[in-house]
Design a protein. Sequence first.
Lengths: 359, 359
Amino acid sequence: MTVAMEKQRRWPGLIEHYREFLPVSDSTPVVTLLEGNTPLIEITGISEAIPKGVRVYVKYEGLNPTGSFKDRGMTMAISKAAEEGAKAVICASTGNTSASAAAYAARAGMRCYVVVEGGAIAMGKLSQALIHGAKMLSVDGNFDTALRLVREVAQRLPVKLVNSVNPYRLEGQKTAAFEVCDQLGEAPDFLAIPVGNAGNISAYWKGFKEYRGVGRIGKLPVMLGFQAAGAAPLVEGRVIPSPKTIATAIKIGDPASRRLALAARDESGGRIEAVSDEEILDAYQKLARMAGVFCEPASAASVAGVVKLAGKGFFQQGQRIVCVLTGHGLKDPDRAIASAEPPVTIPATIEALTEAIKA
Amino acid sequence: MTVAMEKQRRWPGLIEHYREFLPVSDSTPVVTLLEGNTPLIEITGISEAIPKGVRVYVKYEGLNPTGSFKDRGMTMAISKAAEEGAKAVICASTGNTSASAAAYAARAGMRCYVVVEGGAIAMGKLSQALIHGAKMLSVDGNFDTALRLVREVAQRLPVKLVNSVNPYRLEGQKTAAFEVCDQLGEAPDFLAIPVGNAGNISAYWKGFKEYRGVGRIGKLPVMLGFQAAGAAPLVEGRVIPSPKTIATAIKIGDPASRRLALAARDESGGRIEAVSDEEILDAYQKLARMAGVFCEPASAASVAGVVKLAGKGFFQQGQRIVCVLTGHGLKDPDRAIASAEPPVTIPATIEALTEAIKA
């Protein structure tokens, strides 16, 4: 089909595009920033452990409007909040949720309250919640403390909770699984994904099952979830009171969607494993330097996990693996600068520049 | 057309999608991050000066892979450099070009040298060039000095120049005009765009004319270019030796594509005008707070200019205006944080949270 023959359709946002799979009606006021429709990029050369003939793709969710996959759930949560007449929303957040909630609430004309753990939020994410006009409240305590507080206050005051315990969030997020299948023409053999609060792995699994249910795909993928070693409650089978990892977006010790995530693992014959901060940072740097793809550290847990399993001979020729990159690297510029060689200052002369290049 | 009836096509990147309009052949190795295909988002409530019945859209170019429109030109420039056997590329950059060049060079396996003016680069952009493995060379002097240096060194050494003086850059960038037309089903009445080095306004105009030439659109838009008041060489008709503006991406005193930009203005019956830093920051904040769209300050010059012209009664009911937002707000988190209310620290108790929300 040539360009001249084809009439390009304008992407209408994920609620319109996947309306028949979502709990919306004609009376739902759709609040959208045209989220979704993110690229599926093939990557090569990340690790020699990955056998030739295994194709690895990244679902680059950092190209959603606020720079993370959270927009998929937030367009649903805010649209449904608007349908119910809400004037204000609240969330606890390690950062990406707050950025997304603030942006969609701004677009809907709602007030937005964000409760953050003191001191641990990445700079890009903080800038987003603030510029979109959210009221940010910093509390002494970790994410789990913040989540308990907002759950309680949402029961007392007329503010709508938009954390992933809001069921509409996972409904929106499941559309990423639809897109992966639409882009590949079939489900992948493996879906690798970072696991923090455990909502996203649950949402993908729900999406794959629904697409299979209506015959849009002929098989289901094996789900591979990866937690940071210092914040791996699902791997260790216990709550981690003080989670520790450089991957702030998955630094969660008591995941809200634990039960659903374990079901996704078991129903798909998959795994939830841990990767170290070193393995995460190695994948983070290789993605940027070899594939040209800049993601936030937590996102790289999916690729780090695939590299680790590949080293154990886990994958076979002909298989296709999709790694979810949950957020853009611009969310955490400090980490990137800390992970790279600093600029070199030279005189503004052609001789100095020539010398620097030949060096 | 329902989802079930429609077979979703995977976006192949802009070179494949618009191949017939681009100087590529079967022997061009396409280096792509699946750039392009960015959302066209309608915005309302930005200014009362804009008459009812005038529809304003933003072309959100910040959702390209490296967060700016530069990726459109870079996929072309790097693909053609690869076709010509280049092993290294170089550019001068206020930031976005370096981020894009570094990412695409990484993907192509080329070395990348970036010459930046000392001290003036926004944090997000710096982080990108570094993490993608570019060699960054900081010189004492402004962008124009840096551009002179790289042009000269590219003639002496086997490094390919990928600044916008590279003709393939504008070829790639013109595809944004194609997308705007495809998304609207026709050319808009006005295309508003920030003007720095003046390549992008030239590229859009070229794109519109080519689409008109093959009958894909029936009319041409009026081109409206906006420079920052402290860096407005095209408005003042002279080189600005020391340009000054908070909009770093358009802080350029001696635009490389001056002649083409003035031709775009004159052929379209348009204007190139100046907007103050205050007007730019006001539009920047309103876009984030009212529309939920976070762009970098320079991008907001297009919206600031439209608001300014609207105040003079420039637009009429039934017209459609597309404002180009060239880069994502995450490119410059410091500016966002400086432009907003800081977080408030409260005790981690339900009472304190309740009080903060009721306040």
